[in-house]
Design a protein around this ligand. Structure first.
Ligand code: HEC
Length: 175
């Protein structure tokens, strides 16, 4: 009886909540709008890192850095500019549906999708400094590609690298 009740509690209350949660997690251009600037690093209304693209196409430093890091560590599987490949999903789509916390968790822990005679593996990057020191950079770059109209290819112009970015890099890569 207990289990039956537990299951119906789950389907009646928790399941709709999970679905609702996912609906709310849907990222949009409006949600991603930068409302705060901390030394060249931008944050949205919920305090999550985000991108800033000026009218003339100049991207903030972190978006540019994320573009470079993405193309050295992720693009072999996820395709150039996040468009996906036959091996791994298009992150320009994924990023519309996952929040910052889920992104960090997936990249740190990796994932395995085994089935249908295929075994596609997303490696864990939690120990890889070239990735985890730049996770916010990669996040904002992909977010910009997914909801921010960032065009494909190398951003034509970028903001200068702020001292805060240099300090973070030195302590993370050196530590
Ligand atoms: C060796 C190939 C490979 C590399 C390199 C790789 N991934 Fe993945 N990634 C995958 C595969 C395969 C999946 C799908 C796993 C699954 O189906 O659960 C995946 C899934 C993901 C997902 C979840 C996608 C979704 O729609 O659920 C995210 C986010 C992600 N990867 C981000 C990254 C980032 C960021 C990098 C670079 C730091 C990266 N990946 C590098 C193969 C890779």
């Amino acid at each position: 009886m207990f289990f039956r009740n537990a299951i119906s509690v789950f389907t009646m209350i928790l399941l709709p909540l999970t679905i609702l949660d996912q609906a709310q997690a849907q990222d949009t251009k409006e949600k991603a709008a930068a409302v705060k600037d901390e030394d060249g690093k931008y944050f949205d209304g919920e305090g999550n890192p985000t991108f800033k693209i000026e009218q003339d196409g100049t991207v903030d430093w972190y978006t540019f850095s994320g573009y470079r890091r993405y193309h050295s560590d992720c693009h072999v599987c996820h395709g150039p500019d996040g468009v996906g490949s036959s091996y791994a999903p298009a992150l320009v789509d994924t990023m519309k549906n996952i929040d910052y916390g889920s992104f960090l968790a997936i990249v740190a822990e990796g994932r395995k999708n085994v089935g249908g005679g295929k075994q596609n593996v997303m490696p864990a990057f939690g120990e890889n400094k070239n990735v985890y020191c730049y996770l916010d950079d990669i996040y904002v770059y992909l977010r910009a590609r997914a909801v921010g109209d960032a065009p494909r290819g190398r951003p034509p112009r970028k903001a200068d690298k702020a001292q805060a970015a240099k300090d973070h890099e030195a302590s993370c890569m050196g530590g």
